[in-house]
Every structure is written in structure tokens, then in C-alpha cells.
Design a protein around this ligand. Structure first.
Ligand code: HEC
Length: 105
């Protein structure tokens, strides 16, 4: 069971790695529109908040910008909240994601 899961994880990251290589030229194209923030979120936060921000183990964040400011979100990322661990991302990454989420209204 464990081995099977590992194989799945490895297989998935291999496929994702190949896909990333294929689209390499436009990786940074849409940084301004949140492409990079979305990618970070996808890697670090979507496990709990869902790939489409609609929530999972963590709350729905699709309209988080209407209740929390960028600073509030940054604080949540830094300090954690309830079952959410602190410092999942830091520095520039945290700043980008907070900025991107604050625009979700
Ligand atoms: C281990 C699971 C987990 C991960 C990983 C995680 N979160 Fe959370 N998050 C939660 C849970 C659970 C809550 C609800 C905490 C509470 O209110 O008690 C939460 C709450 C939040 C809130 C506050 C929502 C509100 O309405 O107050 C924000 C903003 C947030 N998360 C953003 C993020 C971001 C950005 C990331 C990635 C850097 C992230 N989370 C990663 C589980 C997670």
C-alpha cells in the first residue's frame, strides 16, 4: 500500500516535471496576473484549501479578499491559524500569494 502510494507520487511528479519542461518558455509570462502566486498556492496550500480555492480541510478562500486584507492574510501565513501550520511559505512567496489572495473578492 505504501509502496503503491509512493509510486503514484513519483509518477505524478515525473509527469508534472515533464509537462513543466514542455511549457518552459512561458513559465514566467503571467507573473503580474498571479500566475506565479497561483503556482505557489497550488504547490503549498491547495492540499488543504483546494486547487480551485474552494476549500478542503481548510476553508474556502475564493472570496477571502472581501474579509481579509493582504496584511491579515500575510499574518495568517506567518503565524498559522487553528490547524493551519505557520510559515508554509515565506518572504517573497508569502507576499505574492497574500497579494493574489487579497484580490479574490
Ligand atoms: C495543513 C493544511 C493547511 C495548509 C497547508 C494551509 N492551510 Fe490555510 N488554513 C487551514 C485551516 C484548517 C484554516 C482554518 C483555521 C481556523 O480558522 O481555525 C486555514 C485558514 C487560512 C486562512 C484564513 C481564512 C479565514 O477565513 O480566516 C487563510 C488566508 C489561509 N488559510 C491561507 C493559506 C495559504 C495562503 C496557504 C499556503 C501558503 C495555506 N493557507 C496553507 C489549513 C491549511
Amino acid at each position: 500500500m505504501k509502496k503503491k502510494l509512493l509510486g503514484f507520487v513519483l509518477g505524478t511528479s515525473l509527469v508534472m516535471g515533464l509537462a513543466a519542461c514542455g511549457g518552459g518558455s512561458d513559465t514566467n509570462k503571467d507573473t503580474a496576473s498571479g500566475g506565479e502566486a497561483a503556482k505557489i498556492f497550488d504547490q503549498k496550500c491547495s492540499g488543504c484549501h483546494g486547487g480551485d480555492l474552494k476549500g478542503g480541510m481548510g476553508p474556502n478562500l475564493t472570496k477571502i479578499g472581501s474579509t481579509l486584507s493582504k496584511d491579515d492574510i500575510l499574518n495568517t501565513i506567518k503565524n498559522g491559524k487553528g490547524a493551519m501550520p505557520p510559515n508554509v511559505i515565506q518572504g517573497d512567496d508569502a507576499d505574492k500569494v497574500a497579494d493574489w489572495l487579497a484580490a479574490k473578492k
